[in-house]
Design a binder for this molecule. Sequence first.
Ligand SMILES: O=C(O)CCC(=O)C(=O)O
Ligand SMILES: [Fe+2]
Length: 286
Amino acid sequence: MHQYKHQFEQDGFCIIKGAVKSETVHRANLAIDEFRMLHDSMLMKEGLLANNLLQRVINLHRSIFVFKDVFIESLENSSAVTDQYGRSTLYTSLFYELGSQQPLHRDTPYFFSGKSSGGYLGVWAALDDVDQENGPLMAIKGSHKLGEPDLEMLKHKYHPDEAVPPSSPPLFDAYNNELISLANNAGLEKKVFEVEKGDVIVWHPATLHGGMLHKNPKKTRRSFVMHVTPENMPIHHMDYFFDRQKKIHKVNKDYEDYNGRLIENGSKIDFMHKKLFDAKKLGFFK
Ligand SMILES: O=C(O)CCC(=O)C(=O)O
Ligand SMILES: [Fe+2]
C-alpha cells in the first residue's frame, strides 16, 4: 500500500511532497501576478481584497487556466487515495493568498453526498512555502473516525420551527464545536502543516481542519484548494445534511475533459461571497 494511503486511513489526511512540479508552481505564480496586475485597482475599489490580498476566490481556475494543471498533477500524484472511490473530478476550487484563518470544521455539512466516505475529498496544493507566519493549514489527527454529535438536538436548538436552510452559520459552528469537544475528550492531536510549494495535502470529508492565524500578511500563503468528487456525485448542503429523510436524486453534470480528467463546467467566479463575475469578463490567463 502507498505510504500516504496508510496515513490517510489512519490520520484522516495525508501529505504528498512535491506533487506539483516546480515549473507548474512557477507558472501559476506568474499567472496570479499577471491577474493581479490587471485587476488590482478594480478589486480594491470593490472591496474584494483582504489585507491587500486575494482571499477565498471560488473557481478561479475558470480564468487562470494553469490551475487546471495544478489539479491534474495533484490528482495524478495522490490517486491511490483520491481515485479510490472512482476517478476524481473537479467540483469547485478555492484560491487564497491570505490564509483562510477558518476555525476547525468538517466540510461534510456543506459537501454532503449522503455517503460517509467516498463522496467528496479536499485536496490542497501549496503555491508558497508555508510556516507559522503565513497561516498554515491545520487538522486534527484521527478526527474522521469520531462519530457524529447529536444532530437532532443541534437542529432543534437552532431551527426549532423550520427546516434547516442550505447554509446556517450558527448551526455549522455549534456542530463543529461539539466535534472539537469530542476530539479534545479523546485526546486527539493537532497537526500543523508546514509545507513547501508543490506539496499537496488531502483530507477526508470528516476530518476537522482549518487555517491558523496568518500572522504576517506581507508573506503570502498562495494555495489552491480543490473539492473533488467522483463523476456525477450529487453534493448538497446543510438542508440535506441535517435531514437524512430527504431523497438524494441522481444528477447529470456538465464537464470539460481536461487532459483526461473531468472539470465541472461553469462560468462564474466568486470573490469572498461578495461579488460574482463572469470568467470571460476577467479574461483568461495561461
Ligand atoms: O485553506 C484553508 O485554510 C482551509 C480551506 C478549507 O477549509 C476548505 O477548503 O475546505
Ligand atoms: Fe474546509
